[in-house]
Design a protein around this ligand. Structure first.
Ligand code: FES
Length: 100
């Protein structure tokens, strides 16, 4: 099911954290200038929010111990033991949609 979660004018520095009904953790939205990525905003190593981490290409880094997560797929590097949930998104006329 696709749900509208935000509009691009709500983003700051390309980022926005939203609460989505039915999802246990907040969702980090990241706007590249062309598309929006969406992953759960929680590190699988020790539950640190990922939203403040530095981004390089399609990768965001946890600020606590340095695990990296792919913003498109959720794939993780150590010390994170597993990926974060990644969501499909679409962008239509400034409206961000998330598939849940
Ligand atoms: S809490 Fe994120 S790497 Fe440890």
């Amino acid at each position: 099911m696709w749900i509208p979660v935000a509009t691009l004018d709500e983003f700051r520095n390309g980022r926005l954290v939203v609460r989505v009904q039915g999802e246990k953790t907040p969702v980090l939205l990241f706007y590249t200038g062309e598309e929006v990525f969406a992953i759960a905003d929680i590190c699988t190593h020790d539950k640190n929010p990922l939203s403040d981490g530095p981004v390089e290409g399609e990768t965001i880094q946890c600020t606590r111990h340095g695990a990296r997560f792919n913003l498109r797929t959720g794939k993780a590097t150590l010390p994170a033991p597993r990926p974060v949930k990644a969501y499909k998104t679409k962008l239509e006329a400034g409206q961000v949609w998330l598939e849940v």
